[in-house]
Design a protein around this ligand. Sequence first.
Ligand SMILES: NC(=O)C1=CN([C@@H]2O[C@H](COP(=O)(O)OP(=O)(O)OC[C@H]3O[C@@H](n4cnc5c(N)ncnc54)[C@H](O)[C@@H]3O)[C@@H](O)[C@H]2O)C=CC1
Ligand SMILES: O=C(O)CCC(=O)C(=O)O
Length: 411
Amino acid sequence: MNALAATSRNFRQAARLLGLDSKIEKSLLIPLREIKVECTIPKDDGTLATFVGFRVQHDNARGPMKGGIRYHPEVDPNEVNALAQLMTWKTAVAAVPYGGAKGGIGCSPGELSRSELERLTRVFTQKIHDLIGINTDVPAPDMGTNAQTMAWMLDEYSKFHGHSPAVVTGKPIDLGGSLGRDAATGRGAMYATENLLAEYGESIPGSTFVIQGLGNVGSWAAKLIHQKGGKVIAVGDVTGALRNKSGIDIPALMKHRDEGGSLKDFHGAEVIDVAELLVHECDVLVPCALGGVLNRENAADVKARIIIEGANHPTDTEADEILDKKGVIVLPDIYANSGGVIVSYFEWVQNIQGFMWDEEKVNMELQRYMKSAFQHIKAMCKSQNCNLRMGAFSLGVNRVARATLLRGWEA
Ligand SMILES: NC(=O)C1=CN([C@@H]2O[C@H](COP(=O)(O)OP(=O)(O)OC[C@H]3O[C@@H](n4cnc5c(N)ncnc54)[C@H](O)[C@@H]3O)[C@@H](O)[C@H]2O)C=CC1
Ligand SMILES: O=C(O)CCC(=O)C(=O)O
């Protein structure tokens, strides 16, 4: 089942649990707008290259649409649609006043030079500038993009509309970015882990972790879990995987990487097969890379007791069912990785206020939002007698449906 079919299936299941009217169900499922644009740029060698860019604006009942921009070869309409829909439920679960959107360009960012990436980002922004905006749709970074990408988008958008820092979030601090946004998704995942473990009388110190993906989300999750006293016993990314049963020295690994070293030549751990990572013995598995990495091929072999979905849609439908039967607790993406969009909301608020918060306030507010969302998900699980994924979906879908009805948008 592809990402969109799986996300829509979870939505329908939640709609049924909530007893939603079928007309509302249909209107919540179909995206508000799907944008597909051609992006042609001159490459550094003078030849032309054409890429396809997407922005799917899924729903705006609760506020301006919000969601990242992904640069990855597998970006396609199906995936972007699924990710946009997930954003609608995620912003509702997080109780930030947004709808959901997602965008991306099918490209391999690692194979493009910095100036090619800049040209591509500017052309994409030119093509969508009149469809995004502070009160309509606010992009942010996702896989393969970062604060620099947002700086180029802001600059290009501002050529058409005047200086508009709140049109994108996840910007560099010097251009109105928020302190704490860079770490926010990983930090949110760490708070989510604390909240879940506390339910079982457990905590980060004393638990073992395996983390897949060492980009923005995975490296911050690894650093913060390590800082809290958690034992990170295996990590991996697209280049390979490492294990040290006594715990990997994460600051040393990050320093090694920052100095240009590869995972494979880090001395503090042994190299393991990448396929072993997701089925490695541990208390908590934290996938922070691609979607669909937990599937029918490996789900039965997962040994973790708990999965924290740092990535979007890392567990496909078949894996979800297998893991549920095995009693593995899955903390779903629309809650576990919502720290990024929560701090994006703080960034947008700061830009609109023209006032900068200190990092302590950002992190404290993030922790408060994560705690409150968890309590609401738990209450939903109790009232609907369902697992955490269905509890989170029901919470999000119910909030969006209520806003839709209040606006009088129902047919
Ligand atoms: N950046 C953000 O604020 C947010 C990101 N997410 C999700 O988290 C996930 C990761 O995003 P970022 O960290 O921003 O991306 P990133 O581009 O910074 O890092 C991606 C990481 O995944 C690894 N990776 C890629 N392909 C892989 C493979 N086949 N096997 C193992 N590792 C692989 C890369 O080596 C890299 O370490 C995505 O699913 C994204 O949608 C979710 C919420 C917010
Ligand atoms: O920070 C944001 O606005 C969105 C982040 C995002 O794309 C996500 O949560 O998947």
